[in-house]
Ligand binder design. Sequence first.
Ligand SMILES: Nc1ncnc2c1ncn2[C@@H]1O[C@H](COP(=O)(O)OP(=O)(O)OP(=O)(O)O)[C@@H](O)[C@H]1O
Length: 126
Amino acid sequence: MKKPGAFSPQARLKSFSYAFAGLGFMLRSQHNAWLHAGATIGVVAAGLAYKVRPEEWRWLFAAVTIVWVAEAVNTAFEHVCNVVSPQHHPEVEKAKDVAAGAVLIAALGAAAIGASVFAPYAIASF
Ligand SMILES: Nc1ncnc2c1ncn2[C@@H]1O[C@H](COP(=O)(O)OP(=O)(O)OP(=O)(O)O)[C@@H](O)[C@H]1O
């Protein structure tokens, strides 16, 4: 096992830069990430337009965050699968589909949270 070196701000900055590079790659390469970005912008715009309360912003931020985390983990997992099994393999198919299912669960949960926050405002504005 690698021994931990001395803590250095430069090494931590470098580590953050890898994480940002990964997020940049995901945003450039994953069409689903574009949908999440559109949904995120839509949620923030609706939150500002309806002037939702601070506790409702917390729910919205949690919902948006969990979708992005699921998408990032799914993207990383897909790439590892592509290296481990470039050829079609039924187990890889199941693994990728289950990982994609995790993103779907997060997105459905986020949609339910968004609906429960915005529905009262939308109804009141009629
Ligand atoms: N090596 C593989 N072996 C077996 N099935 C695979 C393999 N690679 C992909 N698949 C299957 O093919 C389908 C599409 O996979 P892919 O990785 O392109 O996912 P995707 O959701 O279309 O991804 P993206 O939208 O990011 O391109 C999924 O059902 C997946 O399980």
